[in-house]
Unconditional design. Sequence first.
Length: 202
Amino acid sequence: MSEKQARTRLDPETRREMILEEALELFASNQFSAISMRQIASACGVNMALLYHYFENKDELVRATLRHAIDRFVSDFSSQPADPKSALGTADAWLDATISSAPRLQRMVKLMADFAAAGNQDAEAQKMIGDFYRREREAFEGSIRKGMSEGQFRKVDPVRTARLTSIALDGIFYAGPTRNDFAFERNIRDLRDQLLDYLQNH
């Protein structure tokens, strides 16, 4: 957050969103358990009292950050109408939203991975993560089933194919950067083409 933004009097919802965006940035570069509320307050240009006014404790802030990132992606996806001419339909809309949300999605996937790596038992966070991936798998599975029923795709196991595609999509954001590969859009489009090659290879 810039000094100008820190000095500006903001309405509560705007201020809260700015805090969540800054927290998401911080959690992308460090494991969330290693970041203190004081560090977050400093990055946001607010004092500790104001930060605790919005979030009772760090656990609540981390959950809110995850919820914020997921909701922003779902909003992007919902604004992407499925192209009736696209073989992948709803799955294509999901992939388009993934491309347009790539920077935030990379940070979100990192936060999700940190939850898993820490063996975090936060039931609310685990439900958010589970619901997100269930919705992703359903987007792919539904499109695959539709394509098979219309004779566009060969017979495959739609549940297995959707699950593996979802895992591969995460790999673009998590494993890709570890290989210094940040070409998210290109890799997502390549994954889409690979999926279509697999489905249409009669």
